[in-house]
Design a binder for this molecule. Structure first.
Ligand code: DQA
Length: 151
């Protein structure tokens, strides 16, 4: 069974207690369980990974690029957290691994928040973007990834 990789960046381990007015009360464990259920429904195995370290996420993107080329991975859903707004390295990693489809997701509507959240280094390298649907966005991003690649 092909895999979908769900990546979460810095501070998303705090979901559930972190700024609930922005991010709600759902924990990361709940989000990951939801992604696994969505994967089962769509016919894909789901691997979830969260890190507060930029390099760990870069390593995962590099591995994903190889798995995509090997035909074992459909693509990646990533909430890069604040790295969205700072990380040229994440942009370069996604571009650098070639055709790997990456869907960017944000729980909050970043465009309705502070101006420093309006720019994303990830978006120009992404195959699609889901913004502002709360944690439901992870499901929408996975469905979008599958439907986009099924043509
Ligand atoms: C976020 C939005 C980012 O601006 C913020 O730094 C996060 C979470 C979101 O899911 O809404 O950590 O990516």
């Amino acid at each position: 069974m092909k895999k979908i990789l769900v990546l979460n960046g810095p501070n998303l381990n705090l979901l559930g207690t972190r700024e609930p007015a922005q991010y709600g009360h759902t924990t990361l464990a709940d989000v990951e369980a939801m992604c696994k259920e969505t994967g089962e429904r769509l016919g894909y195995e789901v691997e979830c990974f969260q890190s507060n370290w930029e390099g760990a996420l870069l390593d995962k993107i590099h591995e994903a690029g190889q798995a995509f080329r090997d035909g074992t991975l459909l693509g990646v859903v990533i909430n890069p957290g604040a790295l969205t707004h700072t990380s040229i390295a994440l942009h370069d990693a996604i571009k650098g691994v070639g055709d790997l489809p990456v869907i960017e997701i944000h729980i909050s509507n970043v465009h309705a928040r502070e101006s420093f959240r309006h720019h994303s280094y990830v978006s120009p390298a992404a195959a699609g973007i889901v913004v502002g649907f709360g944690v439901l966005g992870y499901t929408l991003a996975m469905e979008g990834l599958v439907r986009k690649l099924q043509g």
